[in-house]
Design a protein around this ligand. Structure first.
Ligand SMILES: NC(=O)c1ccc[n+]([C@@H]2O[C@H](COP(=O)([O-])OP(=O)(O)OC[C@H]3O[C@@H](n4cnc5c(N)ncnc54)[C@H](O)[C@@H]3O)[C@@H](O)[C@H]2O)c1
Length: 283
């Protein structure tokens, strides 16, 4: 099937702005939903900054103005055009917020539209249960930062229709990224493995096995990971990792229990790159 040319993105924060940017970069018309004028202006500016950065690096065909001319801000999912083929939601990681926007989008769109969630940890099966058309619902788990990352996890819930999975995969390829198809399960494939490695690295730091630099270098040079587990935790955000670890402890068991050091750092506001300090220091 041919991929839809009109895509909606709900939430223009860190992830949503990146998703909108890469869609604009391949010639798509994007309706980006943010509630309120100030939030909309900030989201548009994030997309524009990203496009300018891509243009500076020679990674944007057609120019920034051409891309921005295809970006339309709307302040509710109810205002998405009915012929939008694909909608990706990237609102905060809370079931109630996700369901509110997904249900509103479902009402606004035609019956064949594909609704995708960028959740990094919530159960798609649980979200799908509150939708009228669970067969049209799929996960498209992008990674941060979206323009530079190569992977999208396509997450399949029990009722997701096969053509919906194929639409999500086709879009992933069109964006120049690689898809992996994963059954809906806690932490999918990436977070489950990545978070576990990060937690063990934090426990090693707590036990004084080695310092943060040594632990990261061991994995970077010894196992050819592009980024060590503590640097990676700093990039994602210690608060984000803590929330995922707590969720995975509840669903998969005690092996995901957050170490005290992670809790202490979050309580002290050491959240990683975004606060200037986590397991490493950033200027
Ligand atoms: N940050 C990451 O590393 C990362 C990676 C993969 C997936 N995710 C997932 O992506 C989603 C978004 O994360 P983020 O880091 O971009 O968050 P963020 O807080 O940067 O962005 C969320 C955006 O949603 C907007 N929003 C809130 N309520 C809204 C509503 N009702 N309608 C429209 N917009 C609304 C906010 O104004 C904000 O701009 C979450 O589900 C998160 O788990 C995040």
């Amino acid at each position: 099937m041919s991929a839809p040319e009109r895509v909606g993105v709900i939430g223009g924060g860190r992830m949503g702005a990146g998703i909108a940017q890469v869609l604009l970069g391949v010639g798509t018309t994007v309706h980006l939903v943010e509630a309120g004028d100030a939030a909309a202006a900030a989201a548009r500016a994030r997309v524009a900054d990203g496009l300018e950065e891509a243009a500076r690096r020679g990674k944007l065909d057609g120019g920034v103005d051409d891309a921005l001319a295809r970006l339309h801000m709307v302040d509710s999912p109810a205002l998405l055009p009915a012929d939008t083929g694909l909608v990706v939601e990237a609102v905060p990681e809370q079931v109630s917020v996700k369901l509110q926007v997904l249900r509103a989008a479902e009402e606004a769109l035609g019956p064949d539209a594909v609704l995708a969630t960028n959740t990094s940890s919530l159960s798609l099966t649980e979200l799908a249960a509150a939708l009228d058309r669970p067969a049209r619902f799929v996960g498209m788990h992008f990674f941060n930062p979206v323009p530079a990352s190569k992977l999208v996890e396509v997450v399949v819930a029990p009722e997701t229709a096969p053509d919906v999975v194929e639409t999500a995969r086709a879009w992933t390829r069109r964006l120049g990224k690689t898809d992996v198809v994963v059954r809906d399960s806690p932490g999918f494939a990436s977070s489950r493995l990545g978070v576990l490695l990060g937690l063990e690295a934090i426990r090693m730091l707590e036990e004084g096995v080695a310092d943060a630099e040594a632990i990261d270098t061991a994995m970077e040079l010894g196992y050819r990971h592009p980024m060590g587990p503590l640097r990676s935790t700093d990039l994602v955000g210690l608060d984000v990792r803590l929330a995922i670890a707590e969720y995975l402890t509840g669903t998969l068991g005690e092996r995901f229990a957050p170490p005290q050091l992670l809790r202490d750092k979050v309580a002290a506001g050491e959240l990683g790159r975004k606060s200037g300090r986590g397991f490493h220091t950033y200027s």
